[in-house]
Every structure is written in structure tokens, then in C-alpha cells.
Ligand binder design. Structure first.
Ligand code: GLU
Length: 298
């Protein structure tokens, strides 16, 4: 018997346990599962529970049961970010040693004030662009207590981050003007999503990231972090979002309905429809006479 060729595709679905899966998260889960299966790859599930204040106790088990009811079974036992603190610490230590990360004492009010003084009034997605106040070359902490840790981003021409999305095509972002030096360990001591996701994807050998389009503008930060840590960069595909009848992204925060196990097949059909799956040249909607408008969008 010959040994199977090593898998060159490892994909993952990485839900945050902030509530049960809804139609929007199913589309992302199904997209990553289908892409992994289409490539003959492995598919992992990672519970992203670093942001403990937002986690709902028991939601991880609910999500795993919902995935099982949908037939989306991971190829390995699910991983949990809450058990990976030492890996994140090692990454932070490496970034500090190479002078890429530095401690920051600024509060939101400090950052807003510094930005206002520079005429930068507009936060992006509610996030303030950090003006670099605590960069060591700008005077560092100046005796103030450290709160968070930040990663330096390049400036000027080097800040222009070009990347390719398998669905959206060529993308670009100016890391300095749109993001600035970003938090990798939060002021409340929790690991930031950006650091945890990059460390975990590399540690789990993820080669292909398929996730919702709302996360696309995090990709330049994550690719920059991969470069800083000497980690490989996976391929990216951002899947379509599910919008509610008002054109807003369906989300747990806005009360999206939990998927029900007894609707699993219909929900899978509808998620396939959102992904544009076609059967014999027809959309699933035409084949199955599904009324997509009846899906529990909100
Ligand atoms: N945990 C993130 C979420 O639930 C997904 C992160 C990712 O796929 O990179 O939105």
C-alpha cells in the first residue's frame, strides 16, 4: 500500500462563541467546507474565544452541535484559542525582541485628542488610527503605565499593502493611513484577534482562509503580522455576506435567528444559493424551487 500524498490544503472555520450560528455564519462555514472538500483538503474548526467578555457560556458547544447537524464535521477535534496563551506570548516576545512591537499607555481619549490636534477626526469603523505617540522614537511611555501592546506598521510607500483575494480580486490598503500601529495585546490583558488568528492559522498549518467578506479589510494587518513573525501567508477568499431585508449584514449583535437542526437541509440549500452554486447550469433556487426570501434572515 502506498502512503497518501500529503495534504496541501488545510482550511478552517473560526467562529467566535458569541452566540449560535445564523444564516450568515453558515454561508462562511459552508464556503470554507466546500472549498476544502473541492481541493481534497482538510477542514478544521477553531473556537475563537479570546475575547472573553463577548463570549457566551456554552455557545461553543451549541455551534459544534449545529455544525454536526448540518453535516459539517471537522477533520480534527476543534481547537480553542483560550488554551493557546503561551503561543501568543511567544509571538509577542519575538515581536518585542525585534523592535516591531512596543507598549502603549494611551487611552482612547488620548488617541482622539492627539488625532484631533492633527486634524484627523474620523475614526474608521469606530477604530481610531493610532498616531504613534508611544513609539520609542517618539518618546515612548514617558513615565506612564503601559496598557496595550502595539505592532508597528510601515509608513510611506512601504505601507501600501497589495494582496489578492480569490473571489474579490486585487485589493489594496494603506496600512499607515487606514489602520496605524495596531493593538496585538489589549489594555484589558486579552490577546487581540489579529495576533491570535495569525498565530493559530500558522500553528495549525492553515493554507487557505475562507471567511466572510466583512473580515477582508483585516487581511493586510494579518499578512503584515505574518511577515513580521516570519510565517507563511495563506491564500484568502472572502465569501459573500448575508444581508437582512434592510441591506445590513446579518449578525448576532443585530438579533439574527439561530439555525434550527430540523431545517438543516433547507438552510444548506439556501447557503449554497448565496454562494452561487449551480446544478446542471441552473441555480439551486431554480432546481429546488426554494423561496430564498423565506429564509430566517433576521
Ligand atoms: N472569529 C471570527 C468571527 O467569528 C472569524 C475570524 C476569521 O475567520 O479570521 O467573525
Amino acid at each position: 500500500m502506498t502512503a497518501a500524498a500529503p495534504s496541501v490544503y488545510i482550511g478552517r472555520f473560526a467562529p467566535s462563541p458569541t452566540g449560535p450560528l445564523h444564516a450568515g455564519s453558515l454561508v462562511a462555514a459552508l464556503a470554507s467546507w466546500l472549498d476544502a472538500r473541492a481541493h481534497g483538503g482538510r477542514w478544521l474548526v477553531r473556537i475563537e474565544d479570546v475575547d472573553t467578555p463577548r463570549c457566551v457560556p456554552g455557545a461553543d458547544q451549541v455551534i459544534l452541535a449545529q455544525l454536526a447537524a448540518l453535516g459539517l464535521m471537522p477533520d480534527e477535534p476543534p481547537a480553542c484559542q483560550s488554551q493557546r496563551g503561551p503561543l501568543y506570548q511567544a509571538a509577542l516576545d519575538a515581536l518585542v525582541t525585534s523592535n516591531l512591537a512596543y507598549p502603549c499607555a494611551c487611552t482612547r481619549a488620548d488617541i482622539a485628542q492627539a488625532n484631533a490636534a492633527r486634524g484627523l477626526l474620523k475614526p474608521r469603523h469606530g477604530e481610531l488610527i493610532y498616531p504613534g505617540t508611544c513609539r520609542p522614537e517618539n518618546g515612548g511611555l514617558r513615565g506612564r503605565a503601559p496598557r496595550a501592546w502595539r505592532l508597528r506598521v510601515p509608513h510611506g510607500a512601504a505601507a501600501r499593502w497589495d494582496w489578492n483575494d480569490r473571489r474579490l480580486g486585487a485589493q489594496t490598503q494603506a496600512l499607515d493611513d487606514t489602520v496605524g500601529d495596531f493593538v496585538i495585546r489589549r489594555a484589558d490583558g486579552l490577546w487581540a484577534y489579529q495576533l491570535a488568528v495569525v498565530v493559530d492559522d500558522a500553528h495549525q498549518g492553515v493554507t487557505h482562509i475562507v471567511r466572510g467578506e466583512d473580515l477582508a479589510d483585516n487581511t493586510p494587518r494579518q499578512q503584515w503580522l505574518q511577515q513580521c513573525l516570519g510565517l507563511p501567508t495563506p491564500a484568502y477568499l472572502h465569501s459573500p455576506l448575508v444581508l437582512n431585508p434592510h441591506g445590513e449584514k446579518l449578525s448576532k449583535q443585530h438579533g439574527a435567528k439561530a439555525l434550527q437542526a430540523d431545517h438543516a437541509l433547507t438552510d444548506l440549500h439556501k447557503a449554497g444559493l448565496v454562494l452561487g452554486l449551480r446544478v446542471s447550469g441552473k441555480t439551486i433556487e431554480n432546481c429546488l424551487k426554494i423561496d430564498i426570501k423565506a429564509w430566517p434572515w433576521a
